[in-house]
Design a protein around this ligand. Sequence first.
Ligand code: GLN
Length: 277
Amino acid sequence: MVQAVIYKGVKFLSLYGIDAPYLTSEIVMQHVLGVEISFIVANPTYPVPISKESEFWQLLNKRAKGYPLSHIIGKREFWSNDFIVNQDVLDPRPDSETIIETVLKYYTNKKQRLKIADFGTGTGCLLTVLLKEYQYSVGIGFEKSFKACRIAYQNLKRHNLLNRARLFSSSWTKCHMQFDLIVSNPPYIKRSKLKFLQDEVQKEPNIALDGGINGLECYTSIFVMLQKCLKKNCFAILEIGEDQSGIDKLVRSYGLAFLEYVYDLSGMKRCVVIKHV
Ligand code: GLN
C-alpha cells in the first residue's frame, strides 16, 4: 500500500538524518508512480507494483547518500514552474526568487518590450520566469558551461520560449549588445568556504559556486560589463550572499549607482540593485 511504503521511507530517511523526510519520501513515490500528490492522498491503499517499489528504494538510497532530491527526480520548482536540473547546473533556490520580485518592483509595466540579459544562466530559470512575466520581451542567456547551456535550452523549450530567447555558450564578458535589464546569480561563495558546504550543495557544479578568493571575482567582471551592456538609466539586479554584504562600495567604485539591497525571507541581503547613470 502506497501510504505504508511512504512511511517506511520516512523512517529510513530519518535514520540518515535527511531533512524533510516525509515530503521527500512522498515526492519520490509520486515521481516513481508518475502521479500527482493528490492521487496518493486520495488512494492511500493503492498497491505499489514491485518494480516501482524497488525503484523507490533505489532513489531513497541515493538521497540517503547525499544526492540532492532535485537530481534524483530530475526537476526543481522555481516561481511555481518546473525546471529540468542535473549535476551540470546550480539548483534553482527559493532565495533567488528575490531577484524576480525585485525586477517586478522596478519594471512595473508587464507589457514593456524589454531586452533582458541573464549572465551565467545555468538552468535558465531566471530568464525563463522573466520572459513569462514580460510576454513582449526578449532575452539572452550567457552561459560558459556547454553542459549547463544544454539544460537551459531544454528548459526554455519546455516553457515554449525559444522564439523569444537565445543562449550564448560563452562568458558574459563576450557580451557586446545593450540591454534594458541585466540579471545574474553568479558564483559567489569564497573559495575557502567551498569545502564546508552541505553535502548536497557540494554535488552541484563548482563552476556555479566558486566566487574566487574573496567571493567578488564575478562581480568585478560583471560591473565592467554593465558600463558597456546596460542601457543608461536601466537596472542590473544581481544575487549576492553573505560575503558580498558590503558590495555597495565596489558598485560605486565602478561608476555605477548603488540603489539598494533587497532582503530574502530569512532576512539576509539577497540581491543588489544597480543603475547605470
Ligand atoms: N545560494 C547558493 C548557496 O548558498 C550559492 C549560489 C551561488 O554561488 N550563486 O549554496
